[in-house]
Design a protein around this ligand. Structure first.
Ligand code: FES
Ligand SMILES: [Fe+2]
Length: 446
């Protein structure tokens, strides 16, 4: 299949004429544990989250297990060929049905009491329950999670179990068409890696959503792309990032010649100790970014799909606490390219990612100190930051109002609700003991 190369960047804007007036959200939103818990219910339980690509599932029964915000779930290729997602929670007494990160089986047996499920999530066997009067296997399927697989094979899940859940086509309107500019079928899985950082998920997204920092913080990326053409275009819940690639061959400083002490670093602490010495040796090398302008999409809230000619990669950002975030990268390389080229791309990517990682660690430290609260954003260069922070603000505010109105905590990801009346009553009692009762009024007061 041949597809057109991704669209070039839209025309440049005059960045000299913007008007100041927009500020970041306050730093407390990056450090508060309560806000973090609230984001789980208001943002993550309501959004479509990129998870994996269909090419990773070869045959029926192939599965991958994940943990997102503590929610254990897995994707599995069912015997009818569809990819399905289930909570990794046995319907009997909640033991995890799958205990490996990945594997393959068309029957999933729970190791606690031996209940077993098919790839469609239906309960197949429940030892010794068959003769129990009133027991219904149909009522005990695994809890299914909504999935959407795009034409390109990208798999998304959505934990929202309420009537208000937003369909994929509405949440990411236009994304699927836009992704058709890249031939995902011509790429195969290469490798994954993970970074574990002491920063809030939004600290990473702040950097991800602009390239204003690229000339100072990413020398390699800066050499491979024409940064003055970088543009972030918000499209609802996703943003397309555009930039023109530099020449096929780029000039980079010879790694052997590079000495951090001779460089002016982005901290501004660098020293130029060789002011009058030999000029730094520069070598020419093939552009690791490939041969065409990329197709890069930020997917609200925490994911990204980034396509270059030698490879594409996904980023899944897993918020762990208000001050800890795990970043997971899956890299897919063009079929048939040499190992050397794959390595070059991975080195290029990892260099950029570690530069961002370091920015986040030190930024988060300062956000926690209570000195800084908010800063002004550039009206065009940081438009992407403004846009996604606006989505965060709106979703949090909307959910806050809904909880206030309902007088109780609302977690859209909660499953069940069909429990017997007594279970529901005891659940309500627990909420009161916990202080999550009707508008706080019916909480137990001692
Ligand atoms: S918890 Fe799975 S069989 Fe009992
Ligand atoms: Fe960056």
């Amino acid at each position: 299949m041949s597809v057109a190369t991704p669209a070039p960047p839209p025309p440049l804007e005059n960045t000299a004429t913007g008007v100041i007036g927009e500020y970041t959200l306050p730093a407390s939103w990056w450090t508060s544990d309560k806000v973090f818990e609230f984001e789980k219910r208001s943002i993550f339980a309501r959004s479509w989250l990129y998870t994996s690509h269909t090419s990773r599932f070869q045959k029926a029964g192939d599965y991958f297990a994940y943990n997102f915000l503590g929610w254990n779930f897995f994707l599995i290729k069912s015997t009818n060929g569809n990819i399905k997602a289930f909570h990794n929670v046995c319907r009997h007494r909640a033991y995890p049905v799958i205990r490996k990160e990945r594997g393959s089986s068309i029957i999933l047996g729970c190791k606690y009491h031996g209940w077993s499920y098919g790839t469609d999530g239906k309960l197949r066997k429940a030892p010794q329950f068959d003769n129990v009067q009133g027991f219904n296997r149909e009522d005990n399927s695994l809890f299914e999670i909504k999935t959407h697989v795009t034409k390109q094979g990208l798999i998304f899940v959505n934990f929202d179990n309420t009537e208000d859940s937003v369909p994929f086509e509405t949440f990411f309107k236009g994304l699927e068409t836009e992704l058709s500019e890249f031939d995902f079928g011509d790429y195969e899985y290469h490798m994954s890696y993970e970074l574990d950082g002491k920063f809030n998920w939004k600290t990473l997204m702040d950097g991800y959503q602009e390239c204003y920092h690229c000339p100072t913080a990413h020398p390699g990326l800066n050499a491979a792309f024409k940064m003055e053409t970088y543009k972030v275009v918000p499209k609802g819940n996703y943003c397309r990032h555009y930039c023109r690639i530099a020449e096929h061959e780029i000039a980079v400083q010879d790694a052997k010649e590079a000495d951090p002490d001779t460089e002016s670093s982005w901290f501004g602490f660098g020293r130029k100790k060789q002011q009058n010495s030999e000029p730094v040796k520069v070598v020419k090398k093939e552009n690791p970014g490939g041969s065409f302008d990329g197709l890069w999409c930020y997917l609200f809230p925490t994911n990204g799909i980034n396509c270059y000619s030698p490879a594409w990669y996904s980023i899944r950002v897993l918020p762990i606490t208000a001050n800890r975030t795990i970043l997971q990268y899956d890299i897919f390389t063009k079929k048939g390219i040499e190992e050397e080229k794959k390595k070059e791309f991975v080195d290029f990517l990892q260099q950029v990612e570690i530069e961002d990682y370091d920015l986040c660690v030190l930024t988060q430290k300062n956000l926690r100190e209570g000195i800084y609260s908010s800063g002004c954003l550039h009206p065009t260069k940081e438009r992407g930051v403004l846009h996604y922070q606006g989505l965060v603000r709106d979703m949090v505010k909307k959910h806050f109002e809904a909880e206030q109105k309902a007088g109780k905590e609302i977690n859209p990801a909660t499953v069940g609700g069909a429990e017997p009346k007594e279970v529901q009553e005891l659940e309500a009692l627990c909420a009161k003991i916990e202080g999550k009762g009707e508008a706080g009024k019916e909480c137990l007061e001692w």
